[in-house]
Design a protein around this ligand. Structure first.
Ligand code: SF4
Length: 671
């Protein structure tokens, strides 16, 4: 079995390989997820594997050697002649020398400053084996609790918002339940672009008769086929979700039997919700339709087997976790959870973001969501700690933090202050360019490893082609040995056995070979008999909406609310897709979309620069697009040269600090 290297849908693939080169990829017709279908990334996104730009072996920054040469023991100094200049900044290094240098520097910082002066930021493109080893290395070898992964910039609010209500921070149902639902409510997700195969399933289910509703700030492709398409003001998700709940309660549409048997906290939730002053959507120009749509949708949810699906349009706000809990509240109010065709489904972004969280690459959870000995810093807190000198060394695996983080001015000054920065990567990403040591590692198509998709499906993916590079975990195992520690985790299978022993309720029944078949942890459907709390009950959680932005009477009419998102042919920071010509050619640049009304009067021969409180974008090509509501603008943010991430500040979700990548206030300037 092989799974696609891109999004969290986790489609099964089959490859045609000649020698050690991938010639083509297609969907595996036996795949339970893909059923033989793939999106453009899955189908064409493999050229990057053989790209000449891959990092091979290791690279060490010349400035790092200059800074540290005289401090190294003579034996290590004598090995520096093995380094060969590769460009103006880096030496190429044999991997064993790079590991020895990394171990020497790590030991020196450990002796001088202790384990807590280290930070660890992992990614969601690496396997579970690497994710597990990474957090074990951080916690047990280095003694640092400061470990996080790139879910911090996407779905951490889904984990937090679901865990405090239902008990598990994951989808409750398999993708196949899309076809078993009577109603599907898609919130803040341009599914067709970001999770295309799930988008196809939703459209097919709607064609077969499921009621489809979308809630978004703009017209997304599936919204055009929806029975109810609610366009909502920027940053109003929680207000809309609370309004739907209010309708359900005040019109006696609740599933009271379910609530009585399976939940706690309903009465206090109800009292708090009903005491909240509702937003008068009827008085907000352009959004008056919501006054009819909200009651209609509440009746649909209360009367039909409903599946709630959402994306980053829900999570990347200051109330992302609260909005996710509000979705869970709707599922509880209507009894739409723990049943076939009813439940909650956050659409995870990268191929192993679920797995990275499950393995404990989080500051407040160990493997299997166990309590760690000590709670560490989140990645935004780590950047602060670097700037204050508290953290001086950083290990980064498989996530380009120099491009995907918010407030890049701050993040980059933090990275430039590090005494030691070590990165495992495929390409010279923004982070790799700033690193002292870069370790070239295997790509997803070159490794044997377990990946967990957005429906909790645990699968062992086998290599399509061979690679001489180390897997990420192999580097950390070698570093562990070079630091003088014993480690008996010498294979992926051995690591997985340890994962099973640490999280038996999730993975105990899924051995390495069972993972070839693709079982879901805790079974196909969660909560059929009990929720994941000691008392087996779910918990209502009320969070009040804080009126802001376009919903304030004093809203500045010269402000445009920037919504960011993805396009189907690019991935994340475009590192892999930009090395895949057939994909890159489809979306070589980020294009700014404006409503036709706002585009009127602009000079089409010029570009637009976006200016926020925190920074400026590069001049962007723009287009009028009728899917965009007046006063909002949309731009993808795949390309570093667009400088979109410089527009965001440090504000984020109040629970998880996930950056507010949606609805940032900007001014526009033609240049
Ligand atoms: S939907 Fe996601 S997993 Fe499936 S082929 Fe496309 S990118 Fe790959």
């Amino acid at each position: 079995m092989n799974v696609c290297a891109y999004c969290g849908v986790g489609c099964e693939i089959k490859a045609q390989v000649l020698g050690n080169t991938i010639l083509s990829i297609e969907g595996d017709p036996n795949g339970v997820v893909s059923g033989g279908k793939l999106c453009v990334k899955g189908r064409f996104g493999f050229d990057f594997v053989a790209s000449p730009s891959r990092v091979s072996g290791a690279r060490i920054k010349k400035a790092f050697i200059d800074r540290n040469r005289d401090l190294m023991p003579i034996g290590l100094q004598n090995k520096l002649f093995l380094l060969t200049p590769i460009d103006v900044d880096f030496f190429a290094s044999p991997i064993d020398v790079a590991i020895e240098i990394a171990a020497w520097k790590t030991r020196r910082i450990l002796e001088q400053k202790g384990g807590k002066s280290f930070g660890f930021i992992g990614g969601a493109r690496t396997s579970c084996e690497s994710a597990y080893f990474f957090q074990k290395f951080a916690r047990e070898i280095i003694g640092s609790p400061n470990i996080d992964n790139c879910a911090r910039v996407c779905h951490s609010p889904s984990l937090a918002g679901l865990k405090r209500t239902l008990g598990e921070g994951a989808a409750s149902v398999p993708f196949e339940d899309i076809f078993r639902a009577e109603a599907i409510v898609v919130i803040g997700s341009n599914t067709t672009e970001a999770h295309p195969i799930v988008g196809l399933k939703i459209l097919e289910a709607a064609r077969k008769g499921a009621f489809l509703a979308t809630i978004d700030v703009r017209r997304v492709a599936i919204g055009r086929n929806a029975d109810l398409e609610a366009i909502v003001p920027p940053e109003s998700n929680l207000a809309v979700l609370n309004a739907i709940a209010r309708e359900i309660i005040t019109n006696d549409l609740c599933d009271l039997e379910f609530i009585a048997k399976r939940t706690v906290g309903f009465e206090s939730y109800k009292a708090a919700l009903l005491s909240e002053k509702p937003i008068g959507f009827g008085k907000i120009a352009l959004y008056e339709k919501l006054t009819e749509q909200i009651p209609k949708l509440s009746r649909i949810i209360a009367s039909k087997r409903t599946l709630f699906i959402w994306g980053l349009g829900v999570t990347e706000h200051i109330d992302g976790s609260d909005a996710v809990s509000a979705i869970a509240n709707l599922a509880l109010l209507s009894g739409n959870i723990g049943k076939i065709g009813a439940g909650v489904m956050p659409l995870r972004g990268q191929n192993n973001v679920q797995g990275a969280c499950d393995m404990g690459v989080l500051p407040y959870y160990g493997a299997g969501y166990s309590q760690p000995k000590e709670i560490g810093l989140t990645s935004p807190q780590m950047f602060e700690a670097i700037l204050s000198g508290e953290i001086t060394a950083l290990f980064n695996m498989g996530e380009d933090i120099a491009r995907t983080s918010a407030n890049l001015n701050k993040v980059i000054s933090a990275l430039d202050r590090l005494d030691f920065f070590c990165v495992c990567e495929l390409f010279m990403s923004g982070a790799a360019q700033r690193a002292d040591i870069v370790i070239g590692v295997k790509s997803a198509y070159e490794k044997r490893g377990i990946f967990i998709n957005a429906e909790r499906r645990v699968r062992l993916s086998k290599p399509l082609v061979e690679s001489a590079e180390l897997d990420d975990w192999e580097f950390f195992a070698a570093l562990t040995a070079a630091l003088g520690f014993d480690c008996d985790l010498d294979s992926g299978e051995a690591i997985w056995r340890e994962v099973q022993s640490k999280a038996p309720d999730m993975f105990g029944a899924i051995g390495y070979e069972e993972a070839s078949q693709g079982a879901q942890w805790k079974g196909e459907r969660l909560y059929e008999e009990r929720f994941c709390a000691k008392d087996r009950l779910a918990r209502f959680y009320f969070a009040p909406y804080r009126r802001r932005g376009a919903l304030c009477a004093s809203a500045d009419s010269s402000i445009f609310y920037l919504i960011t998102g993805r396009v189907a042919s690019q991935y994340n920071n475009a590192a892999q897709t930009s090395e895949t010509p057939r994909l890159n050619a489809r979306a070589e640049r980020d294009i700014l979309l404006l409503s036709p009304i706002d585009a009127k009067g602009l000079d089409p021969t010029k570009r637009i620069k976006l200016i926020s409180r925190y920074g400026e974008s590069a001049p962007l090509v723009f287009k009028a697009d009728e899917s965009i509501a007046k006063g909002t603008i949309f731009c993808s943010f795949h390309q570093a040269r667009s400088r979109i991430n410089y527009l965001f500040g440090s504000e984020g979700d109040s629970v998880t600090q996930t950056p507010r990548f949606k609805a940032i206030e900007t001014k526009i300037e033609q240049v």
